[in-house]
Design a protein around this ligand. Sequence first.
Ligand SMILES: CC(C)(COP(=O)(O)OP(=O)(O)OC[C@H]1O[C@@H](n2cnc3c(N)ncnc32)[C@H](O)[C@@H]1OP(=O)(O)O)[C@@H](O)C(=O)NCCC(=O)NCCS
Length: 170
Amino acid sequence: MTGAPLAVLRLGVADAADFHELRLDGLRRHPEAFGASYEEEVRHSLEDCGRRMESGIVFGIRRNGQHALDGIAGLYIPEAIKTRHKGVLWGMYVRPEARGRGLGSALVARVIEHAATLVEEITLAVGASNASAMGLYKSAGFESYGLEHRALKMAGRYVDEVLMRLVPVQ
Ligand SMILES: CC(C)(COP(=O)(O)OP(=O)(O)OC[C@H]1O[C@@H](n2cnc3c(N)ncnc32)[C@H](O)[C@@H]1OP(=O)(O)O)[C@@H](O)C(=O)NCCC(=O)NCCS
């Protein structure tokens, strides 16, 4: 850990290009960690990303006030009446050179804090062999409640995902 404060920001339209750059870096380096694909999102325009920032809930961290983002995470809340009591933590990613310094923990904590006012429960899915992400979520209080076999299929290879949940304290 460095002594630099970890300010987690709610991202907006002005952050669209930086979000897109870091998101694509994550999808390219860790295809097994995300439901989305690099090939799909590389086609997103800046306007697409701006709309995502505007209509969604996305957080980010810039270390030491640097311009580029170093970590991102989102919270998806469905609009449908019967499912909008639960939010989904998605897109957790920290740039490799920024890992192990608490950025992931700070992002999860911010998502939980934000979700507490909006939903009754947060769920997520994490690759069954993704020890670092699972450790992050467990240390934030998430517990596993299931395993989805063959959740993702990439070039004929399957990835099982552990399903996790947390009830945020209001
Ligand atoms: C998972 C990830 C977001 C963690 O980010 P990070 O900034 O390094 O996390 P932190 O420094 O805040 O660490 C928080 C906790 O995560 C866990 N953790 C982090 N790295 C770990 C590792 N390599 N092995 C085991 N646990 C680890 C630990 O519990 C750690 O707590 P500690 O600091 O008390 O040891 C990052 O490794 C990443 O972006 N991975 C690739 C993308 C990915 O897998 N995303 C998740 C998709 S579900």
